[in-house]
Write a protein that binds this ligand. Structure first.
Ligand code: ZN
Length: 282
């Protein structure tokens, strides 16, 4: 392929692969990355080390499941393909065998809401898809089930997969999920982590809609995830707007602070609470 199409996106995929190594969330050539294009997607080829990968070796696939060019797509192309078919919001997909996600996946365990950041994957937990042989449609089907209402899941005895609107966001998510898996594993070494209840997680998920946004990026009627400090140099009109938003955020913050107080109570009491706030298995 002398002049491959989507050259800059091909280069961005290779850069994302190298970044995956840098972040320490990839093992050998087991990870794979793809990005959506019109009518299909571009995906890393099978078995070529990222350091040696050239833009023309990135494989183009269409939404009928066919590929173009001389290189075979990653053996896990079915999972990428099924995400693009079923998740219109997906602009990129990252699949890795990152250590802590894979360790939990080998226990066939989901990651519960032991930490509020679990909400980055869109729900109150990160599920683990049932085991099926790598590269099979059965595995892809199990993955889709685990991805219902989520943008990341573990894959039993295998690894993890996630998607987001673009390469940067997806790589960030893969790193976040690996961090959560590591934190959960460490917490488990000390006993049974206290699990946030559904009501608090719904509060977190509502706030996550504007998480990381600046005031100027808010949609109409949308409030900041947390109450911002008062701006000292704000022009009057803007200051009023900020106040109005703050008061909305303050109401929900007050509820949150009650829980924060509870969390500061002695450990014995917290352990008691943990049973009552335990989320029922879904
Ligand atoms: Zn894999």
């Amino acid at each position: 392929m002398a002049n491959p199409t989507h050259l800059s996106l091909r280069k961005a995929i290779i850069a994302a692969c190298l970044k995956m190594n840098e972040l320490g969330i990839n093992q050998g050539t087991s990870g794979n990355i793809s990005a959506r294009i019109e009518g299909g997607f571009l995906i890393t080829p099978s078995g070529i080390p990222y350091e040696k990968m050239k833009p023309e070796q990135i494989v183009e696939m269409d939404l009928g499941g066919g590929y173009f060019g001389d290189y075979l797509p990653s053996s896990e192309w079915r999972m990428h393909y099924d995400i693009y078919l079923n998740k219109p919001e997906a602009g990129a997909v990252v699949h890795t065998h990152s250590i802590y996600c894979t360790a939990l996946a080998c226990m066939q365990e989901r990651i519960p809401a032991f930490h509020y950041m679990i909400g980055v994957a869109g729900g109150t937990n990160i599920r683990c898809a049932d085991y099926a042989t790598f590269g099979t449609q059965e595995l892809s089907g199990n993955m889709l089930k685990a991805l219902q209402g989520r943008s990341a899941c573990l894959l039993a005895n295998h690894g993890m997969i996630c998607f987001a609107k673009d390469l940067d966001k997806t790589l960030w998510l893969a790193g976040e999920v690996e961090t959560l898996a590591q934190q959960y594993w460490i917490a488990r070494q000390m006993g049974k982590p206290n699990i946030l209840n559904k009501r608090e997680m719904n509060n977190v998920l509502a706030r996550f809609k504007s998480y990381g946004k600046q005031s100027k990026d808010l949609a109409k009627g949308e409030a900041l995830a947390v109450e911002p400090p008062p701006r000292r140099d704000a022009p009057k009109a803007t200051a009023n707007r900020t106040d109005a938003k703050s008061s909305g955020a303050k109401r929900s913050t007050t509820k949150g602070s009650g829980r924060a107080k509870a969390a500061r109570k002695p450990a014995k009491r917290a352990a008691k609470t943990s049973r009552s706030t335990q989320e029922p298995a879904a």
